[in-house]
Design a protein around this ligand. Structure first.
Ligand code: MN
Length: 285
């Protein structure tokens, strides 16, 4: 099933280039009281919601997806986990001093994963608000894994059981000497969308073509089968260090072809079996 969040947190069932408004299915979410849970309520209750969506969708008339503003399909991720240099060819281009500013480059197995602020999350309709226009900021297209269960120290053999869904992630990155998480955590620097695709529709997340173009020119074109650390390994590895919560997003790393962004650019990102999204780049106010 493909679910989008649109306008003011309405829920849509995506069917091709159309959708049905199934916001009523959110009635199946439990009522929360303070303190709110450390997870995304929609993702934590996805089975219940999708069952309700199936029962009500037929009564709703389809409308064009192009007529609505899409938000991140995960409203409240507890954390966004990033994988540094997880594709061999991106690792090979990374020693470019302009790209990594002298940061020590080490294998992902040695340096581990990083976190982006959850306040960086944006949907395709929010666009990217670039800061520090005097410095280089790059696009990184990545398969984004949405965690569906609370999980800690998950063995690789069971890692795929904790995946709820997949979507496209843009890990926007300011280049420079500061800590990675600091440079990757500005508002809108974690674009997620255009919708989530439940895990049952993607039996092998490590065999998907992913592409990104800027103003119609292809910059990144690779396959998730080239990841150094697979989706399964990333989940097991992350969960050995901290508990994963429903709605946590793992951005699984970017292939080669990263390049600088400028205000006015139009990014088009596509991942096989998920879909495509267009994202506009502007200067932050
Ligand atoms: Mn990245």
């Amino acid at each position: 099933m493909r679910l989008c969040r649109f306008r003011e947190s309405r829920l849509g069932l995506v069917e091709g280039d159309r959708f049905r408004d199934v916001t009523a299915a959110l009635d199946s979410l439990p009522a929360f009281r303070y303190p709110f849970p450390r997870h995304d309520a929609l993702i934590a209750n996805l089975d219940r919601v999708t069952e309700r969506v199936r029962s009500i969708a037929g009564a709703e008339a389809p409308a064009a997806l192009s007529s609505v503003k899409l938000q991140s399909p995960v409203a409240n991720p507890d954390k966004i986990i990033g994988a540094p240099v997880n594709y061999p060819k991106h690792r090979d281009e990374a020693p470019d001093a302009q790209i990594h500013a002298g940061n020590a480059l080490a294998a992902i197995h040695r340096v581990g994963l990083f976190l982006k602020a959850s306040s960086a999350v944006a949907g395709p309709s929010d666009g990217i608000a670039l800061r520090h226009l005097d410095r280089r900021s790059d696009h990184e297209v990545e398969l984004a894994v949405i965690i569906g269960k609370t999980a800690t120290s998950v063995p690789e053999a069971r890692a795929m059981d904790v995946v709820a869904a997949y979507t496209i992630g843009l890990d926007i990155t300011l280049r420079g000497p500061e800590e990675r998480s600091f440079r990757k955590s500005s508002d809108t620097y974690a674009v997620v969308g255009p919708w989530l695709v439940t895990a049952d529709e993607i039996p092998d997340p490590n065999n998907l073509r992913l592409t990104l173009s800027v103003n119609g020119e292809v910059r990144q074109d690779s396959s998730t089968n080239r990841m150094i650390m697979s989706v399964r390994e990333l989940i097991a590895y992350a969960s050995r260090f901290y508990t994963l919560h429903p709605g946590d997003i793992i951005m699984t790393g970017t292939p080669e072809g990263v390049s600088p962004l400028s205000p006015g650019d139009v990014i088009s990102a596509t991942i096989e079996s998920i879909g495509s999204m267009e994202v506009l780049v502007r200067a932050a106010e």
